[in-house]
Design a protein around this ligand. Sequence first.
Ligand SMILES: [Zn+2]
Ligand SMILES: [Zn+2]
Length: 250
Amino acid sequence: MKLTVVGSSGSFPSAESACSSYLVEADGFRLLLDMGNGALGELQRHIGLYDLDAIFLSHLHADHCIDMCAYFVARYYRHDGGRCAPIPVYGPEGTEHRLTTAYADTPSASSMSEVFDFHTVKPSTFEIGPFTVHTERVRHPVEAYAIRIEHEGKSLTYSGDTGVCDALDELARDTDLFLCEAAFTHGKENIPDLHLNGREAGETATRANAGLLLLTHIPPWTDPQVNLADARAAYPGPVELAVPRMTYEL
Ligand SMILES: [Zn+2]
Ligand SMILES: [Zn+2]
């Protein structure tokens, strides 16, 4: 299994990074986790525009899903070879309606299901291509999911957006790579059930006995080195910052 960081900026894009988007590949299958602002452009550095096999949306905040509107245009009005067949899209209740509304109030907007095959995510275990995935509700102001992806004895767990959360501790149990948000800074921002800070991400990784902790979703106005140091103080294992174009083999 291979992870590529497509975009890792939290809440809004920076000059260096698109918002949340991560490519997970195995056996030639390509699953994209989230498609935030700017992610569709950045994705094309790594794979062709039509090479995705499935998309998982952790929740419907714009920094995790809004480039799906641009991807609808690319698939629906495809210039070489005609309209694309529907690709599986896994998202919370109401994903199709939200994306359709965000796109436009025009007849073609109701055609999203012609190029996206929407599946409603609930806390469960199911297969996506060669992957076994587990989803859990996490703590965020909107319906939001973390996902654990398993393939050939290895696992990767992505927190999505969340506050401190027992369900995330369990989902990330003994995971090999823990892609965990650290949007807040310890001692600076403290809003329950919204985001983790670096220290809380480290504490979560410690409780879960995770492998590599990869901090992500740090907004442009936050110093990532502070969150990195806070996470390292709370977690004895390896900790890195998720940086666009970095890849990890599991
Ligand atoms: Zn977010
Ligand atoms: Zn969010």
